[in-house]
Design a protein around this ligand. Structure first.
Ligand code: SF4
Length: 235
């Protein structure tokens, strides 16, 4: 598994190059809220919703005290605003109840599994959201798995799994050090631009030579490269 991950990473780096990464890692609480906003929408809209929250409230204490409906209004652009505003309020209230403040820095000192368990203990926070905090904020060797990673890694044949969470646990048992960010980010690009759910373009795919998918579409050469902006690198 480790060798194949390294091989896929190498092929993706040659094709897409090393992805942008902010020099300063965001605070865990910022990343947690940003990732909640990013669910089921595109990165540009979730970025706008995140900025709206920051401009309107300036800090998370004010968001916690705000009416849920006011939060919903500010994040409408990200979609699922009722669900996301409820999760944000619930997480902030629960964090305050447990610790007496909204500082989440203590998870920086936790072991990876403990930090993951802690984050998913909040209602509305799943494995994908928690693992994004571990990678993008805490810089752990943990690779979050969304639908793009789940689909592409199953097609390539690295895993044979039914859900993104099962793919996550399969690849993260012993993930190679220092490549989780590039592997994750470039696989999202692969899934968005080339290995799309339908109309995938194996003829221009950098991992074609090691991909085991038995329904390859070699003829197709279209590529969508307009969606390279990644919200979680801009929190
Ligand atoms: S070769 Fe085709 S199926 Fe395999 S990863 Fe590339 S685009 Fe997807």
């Amino acid at each position: 598994m480790q060798n194949k991950i390294l091989e896929i990473n190498k092929l993706l780096l040659s094709f897409f190059c090393k992805p942008y990464r902010a020099e300063k890692f965001p605070e865990p609480i910022d990343m947690l809220i940003g990732t909640i906003l990013s669910q089921n929408t595109n990165d540009k809209n979730s970025y706008r919703a995140y900025k709206n929250l920051k401009i309107k409230f300036t800090n998370w204490e004010k968001v916690q005290k705000a009416r849920r409906s006011t939060i919903e209004k500010e994040i409408k652009v990200a979609g699922l605003a009722l669900q996301k505003s409820t999760t944000i309020k619930t997480v902030l209230n629960e964090l305050f109840k447990r610790n007496g403040n909204l500082n989440m820095d203590f998870i920086k000192d936790m072991e990876e599994n403990d930090a993951l368990e802690y984050l998913i203990s909040f209602k509305g926070v799943g494995v994908k959201t928690a693992s994004c905090v571990l990678l993008f904020s805490l810089n752990k060797d943990i690779c979050p798995v969304d639908t793009h990673l789940h689909r592409t890694l199953n097609r390539i044949g690295l895993v044979n799994t039914k859900t993104p969470d099962k793919t996550f646990f399969a690849i993260n048992k012993n993930f190679p050090p220092k490549i989780a960010h590039s592997f994750h980010t470039n696989l999202i690009r692969l899934g968005r631009e080339i290995c799309k759910p339908k109309g995938y373009s194996c003829g221009v795919c950098p991992t074609e030579k090691i991909c085991n998918f038995n329904e390859k579409n070699i003829e197709r050469v279209s590529r969508n490269s307009e969606r390279a902006f990644m919200l979680l690198d801009h929190i």
